[in-house]
Design a protein around this ligand. Structure first.
Ligand code: HEM
Length: 331
């Protein structure tokens, strides 16, 4: 082979490869600016923002995690965690101490055997819808805050995963019947929960909760129940508003606003749960005869006279008025 032939052959090979692979040369080297995991973890541990590249006009979207997001994660993981546990454990301990000292609050004059209608079917339906949805919402919400550290180690990853997935679905969907029931009990009971002078006397006497035989007068709801009512209404409305913002983050605004709603949501939930635990105690094991009001709807007359004397008088007066009207012959 002559020198010229060799040269032409070499030129042909170079040209053939050069023309066949123009695509490869034009491509971006994919590893040249890929994520460096070390740098990412360092940024995660420090106070620096974690940013990436975006090709959309909103360059702010490139910031994956900002310092304020980290502050929120710490607040969520530590402060809210501790607060939620203490709200529940603290109230249970307080009630256990109260039970140890005072015992079950009995009907002092004993049951009479006669009953009086306290809550009709609509009122009980609204109450139990509110109560059952609230309890599931509270437990599934608490799982989001303390589940990973307290429940996961107890039941393992698989069970915890299933529980949390169902909990999330329940939380998102039961919020709606909770809100409907909240509106119902507001409409049904607001008229009985307007503060009045009688409440001051009830508060002065500690509602008779701490001393046997003490029974301050009360209408349908005493001052303590009015506090529960307004806590449930105001707290429930706050939970509903912040909850809707969490369900529809686009409405909530910036991620920082979303985190603000999450903190308020968790704080109200912790406070209201503690109040509701006290309510459940007094409405069940804490007071003889109380549960019947929401069970059958009928309470013992002596229970009613001891705890809601003015309400009993009102009911009796209106009953005798109705009886008198019924027995008056039509003209
Ligand atoms: C197993 C749980 C519960 C039991 C045993 C229970 C029991 C009762 C009872 C017996 C009453 C009537 C008291 C009376 O005759 O004056 C009542 C009223 C009421 N309940 Fe419940 N309840 C429970 C859960 C809840 C929950 C979770 C909420 C709210 C989230 C709630 C909200 C209310 C409100 C606002 C009232 C009227 C105000 C008051 O009596 O304090 N209840 N409940």
């Amino acid at each position: 082979m002559t020198y010229l032939t060799k040269l032409l052959l070499a030129l042909g090979v170079v040209l053939a490869f050069g023309l066949a692979a123009p695509e490869v040369q034009a491509q971006v080297n994919p590893t040249e600016r890929s994520v460096n995991e070390d740098a990412l973890f360092q940024a995660l541990g420090s106070n620096a923002p974690i940013t990436g590249r975006v090709t959309i006009p909103d360059q702010a979207a490139g910031a994956l995690i900002k310092p304020e997001n980290k502050a929120w994660a710490v607040l969520q993981g530590q402060t809210l965690h501790t607060l939620s546990i203490w709200a529940v454990v603290g109230m249970v301990a307080l009630l256990a101490a109260f039970y140890a000292v005072r015992g079950k609050i009995r009907i002092d004059s004993g049951p009479s055997g006669r009953t009086i209608l306290r809550f009709n079917a609509i009122e009980r339906f609204a109450h139990w819808t509110l109560a059952s949805t609230f309890i599931i919402l509270a437990l599934s919400g608490l799982n989001l805050i303390i589940g990973k550290t307290m429940i996961l180690p107890l039941i393992g990853e698989n069970a915890f995963g299933t529980l949390s997935a169902w909990g999330k679905i329940a939380h998102n969907f039961l919020a709606w019947p909770f809100m409907a029931a909240l509106i119902m009990i507001f409409l049904l009971w607001v008229i009985h929960n307007v503060p009045s002078k009688i409440d001051l006397e009830w508060i002065k006497q500690g509602g008779g909760l701490f001393k046997k035989g003490v029974h301050p007068p009360a209408r349908k709801f005493n001052a303590g129940q009015k506090v529960i009512f307004w806590a449930v209404i105001i707290g429930g409305a706050g939970l509903s508003w912040t909850g809707i913002m969490l369900l529809f983050p686009a409405e909530a605004g910036a991620p920082a606003d979303w985190q603000f709603f999450q903190i308020i949501h968790a704080l109200i939930a912790a406070g209201l749960s503690a109040i509701v635990i006290a309510h459940i105690y007094i409405g069940s094991v804490g007071m003889e005869g109380a549960f019947d009001a929401m069970g059958s709807g009928e309470v013992d007359e002596n229970w009613a006279k001891e705890h809601h004397s003015l309400w009993v008088e009102e009911v009796k007066t209106s009953q005798s008025r109705n009886n008198a009207q019924a027995s008056t012959p039509a003209e």
